[in-house]
Design a protein around this ligand. Sequence first.
Ligand SMILES: [Zn+2]
Length: 88
Amino acid sequence: MPKERRCPECGGIVRPGQTELVYELEDIKITVKNIAASVCEQCGRSFISGRVAGEVNRLVNRVMEDINSFIKTGAAVVGTHREVAIAV
Ligand SMILES: [Zn+2]
């Protein structure tokens, strides 16, 4: 068993869980779901390890490149606010 971790915000117990991150870039909103995280059971704050954060960033960058090349074709314009949800 790993050592019990405490939330630096409220001192509550932090347990393994999942969170989601929302990236808003220009008019595109990307939601990344099911990210492995530590979640404080008291205040609900979630903490992501540096390694996971790096992977999510890489994923978002990749998706942004794909979206941008897709938009250049003029095919993907549906409204002014696009939302992309990614389940990891
Ligand atoms: Zn907390």
